[in-house]
Design a protein around this ligand. Structure first.
Ligand SMILES: Cc1cc2nc3c(=O)[nH]c(=O)nc-3n(C[C@H](O)[C@H](O)[C@H](O)COP(=O)(O)OP(=O)(O)OC[C@H]3O[C@@H](n4cnc5c(N)ncnc54)[C@H](O)[C@@H]3O)c2cc1C
Length: 476
């Protein structure tokens, strides 16, 4: 192993070249982990420069643990992670429950559960990954948009065509280009149809000083210190309003059902006046919330359309030279709380599988093994997101109310997973399973769960009939 200050333990070179398409969270983490595991890495990104829009997400313990190999990121993460408390309110802003930290749940035979949930501002987390990548000498190649994917089986290469017609190739193409990836035409043989979920979110994050300039807003949402991160969840039947803040950032999101003007894009901007038209229809909506909305910088407000896609079982191209990770492989609704976490787990798993394969000729099997190790787990979490979504639409009751949707995400099978160890332990078992048909039992899913394929329509129909979606095995 090579040892340097920026990447303490690097595995011997495998000679495998990896071209990553998309410098989002999954793509950057894949670049870091591929380098650590001994592969040659290039990263391209369609944007002309680093994008700084976005608000917050949860990075679960299974993904935070992956930072342990990167001492600088461990230090940086301590500074940027915040410890949220959550309180529930009705749509007048009246508080129904006291603020409390959300804790991961200890399983029956498990190690100690991590203390609390951590939230991150996406721009800060993304910047941390980017800085680390640059520190090990890999710079993202901006302004490169992939428009087509191809593979050359006899040559053992995968490739992309860029918007300007240039072609790039490598032993592996890692597609990390986020939601709505066109690469499904090579992995699934068709474009995946996304459907509106019926929900859209106005969402923003901006410097807290902008909000604190208004004394009424400052009094209702006072400055917090250190790593504190209070979140207020105001819930009504059709509308949810979420206010999250830390010492440096103020954020709010309004979820509603009129999605026509929203797009599934992280760069589409919206006008705060559109939001005020909605809040004007809510009985007894407080003026302080409108004041906060009015303070929002226009270029920081997104109107994000939440889309649905059925699980995509195949992330790998026929000749095994192209693989999808992150949102390109599996999109999540916000109530799954797992988009970034699973993208990071993918990155770690893929880099490990390529190391286990050890040479370019074995790359196709490494990608297929990775796909098999990961698919059932991410599909279970996609399903959980759909189930959780239902539990947020109720108005809060007084007292100690935590929606089932939040509790579901605290289960041990979710947090207590190490994708690197899992890939190391199971690589050869899955290889035999794929090549010889020997049985393989997933152990990164709820214990006792027997997986079967499912569709969004099937779950929606059950929910419309008022039936509980059956979750066999130990999901809690
Ligand atoms: C700017 C931005 C802000 C976001 N903010 C939030 C947020 O506030 N909360 C939240 O929960 N999630 C947010 N997300 C989504 C979240 O980052 C992902 O759900 C999760 O982290 C999985 O990451 P990913 O790398 O798969 O996708 P993403 O993080 O979406 O990254 C995909 C990357 O691929 C690039 N790309 C797309 N198409 C091409 C192409 N053809 N060629 C080259 N590059 C391409 C995109 O520009 C982007 O940088 C945001 C994503 C982006 C891009």
């Amino acid at each position: 192993m090579t040892v340097t200050t920026d990447c303490p333990k690097q595995y011997p070179a495998t000679g495998i070249s990896v071209l990553i398409v998309g410098a989002g969270v999954a793509g950057l983490m894949a670049a870091l982990e591929c380098r650590r595991n001994g592969h040659d890495v290039r990263v391209i990104e369609r944007s002309p420069e680093q994008v700084i829009t976005g608000d917050s997400f949860t990075i679960g313990p299974s993904a935070i643990h992956a930072l342990d190999h990167w001492p600088q990121m461990v230090i940086e993460n301590e500074k940027i992670a915040n410890n949220p408390t959550i309180s529930f309110h009705d749509l007048t802003g009246a508080r129904a429950t006291v603020p409390k930290h959300i804790n991961y749940r200890q399983g029956q035979n498990s190690k100690n559960a991590p203390e609390q949930v951590h939230r991150h501002w996406r721009p800060q987390f993304h910047n941390m990954l980017l800085k680390q990548l640059s520190a090990i000498g890999i710079n993202v190649e901006y302004g490169h948009r992939a428009v087509e994917y191809f593979e050359d089986d006899p040559a053992g290469r995968g490739g992309i065509v860029l918007e300007n017609g240039d072609r790039m190739d490598a032993d592996v193409i890692v597609v990390a280009d986020g939601v709505g990836s066109h690469s499904t035409s090579v992995t699934m043989g068709r474009e995946i149809q996304a459907r509106p979920s019926g929900e859209a979110l106005y969402r923003t994050a901006f410097p807290v000083e902008i909000a604190m300039a208004d004394p009424v807003v400052r009094e209702r949402f006072p400055i917090v210190e250190g790593n504190e991160g209070p979140i207020e969840l105001w819930t009504g039947e059709k509308i949810r309003f979420i206010i999250a803040r830390t010492a440096d950032t103020m954020s709010w999101a309004l979820s509603h059902n009129d999605y026509a003007s929203a797009t599934e894009s992280w760069s589409h901007s919206a006008d705060p006046d559109e939001v005020l038209k909605i809040t004007a229809t809510i009985p007894n909506w407080p003026e302080v919330a409108d004041r906060l909305i009015r303070l929002t910088p226009r270029d920081r407000l997104l109107h994000f359309r939440v889309m649905w896609r059925d699980p995509q079982p195949s992330w790998v191209s026929p000749a095994g030279r192209i693989v999808q990770i992150g949102d390109a492989a599996h999109t999540y609704v916000p109530s799954s709380g797992n988009g970034a976490t699973q993208g990071i787990e993918d990155a770690v798993s893929l880099a490990t599988c390529l190391r286990m394969a050890g040479r370019t000729g074995e790359v196709p099997w490494a990608l297929r093994v990775h796909n098999r190790l990961r698919f059932v787990r991410v599909s279970c979490l996609q399903k959980l997101g759909l189930i959780n979504r239902k539990t947020y639409t109720r108005a809060p009751s007084k007292g100690n109310f935590t929606p089932k949707g939040i509790e579901n995400l605290m289960a041990e099978w979710i947090w207590n997973h190490n994708p690197e160890e899992y890939a190391e332990e199971n690589y050869n078992k899955v290889l035999d399973h794929l090549q010889l048909g020997t049985p393989f039992q997933d152990t990164n899913i709820p214990r006792g769960h027997i997986y079967r394929d499912w569709t969004i329509d099937e779950i929606l129909c059950q929910q419309e009939r008022g039936e509980e979606v059956e979750l066999d095995g130990e999901w809690e």
